[in-house]
Unconditional design. Structure first.
Length: 131
């Protein structure tokens, strides 16, 4: 095992809603190193400083870039071309999912979600990206 594989995977959650950020922190804190950003500008800054194993991304960010625009920007950042980006959204229609996935997200989960479903999806996304 390499040194990198021994580390707890780091996940960045980009979400403009304080309560949603707190819920995801509670859900993931025992399995992943979790950082948060409240907007696209803060997310880009954190992504440029630290390497994350996955990004959880609210699609409807209040100010700045939309989640869709942020996905495209992340994919262009050095070291993030193949990092899983999980859309976390209230948009539940099939057309919404297709649009979000075609923008570059690798996975998709709709709000509200359970702790187990989120943990399983993040774990699956990171595992798939390592193979």
């Amino acid at each position: 095992m390499t040194k990198q594989e021994n580390l707890i995977p780091a996940v960045l959650y980009v979400e403009d809603d304080d309560i949603s950020r707190e819920v995801v922190i509670l859900f993931l804190k025992n399995s992943f190193e979790i950082d948060t950003a409240s907007d696209s500008q803060e997310a880009v800054k954190k992504l440029s400083i630290k390497k994350y194993s996955s990004v959880l991304l609210d699609i409807n960010l209040g100010k700045g870039l939309s989640g869709i625009d942020l996905v495209k920007r992340i994919k262009k950042m050095q070291g993030y071309k193949n990092v899983p980006i999980i859309a976390v959204t209230a948009y539940a229609l099939r057309e919404d999912e297709k649009k979000i996935m075609s923008a570059g997200c690798t996975h998709y989960i709709t709000k509200p979600f359970t702790k187990v479903s989120l943990l399983n999806l993040v774990d699956k996304a990171i595992s798939e990206s390592r193979h």
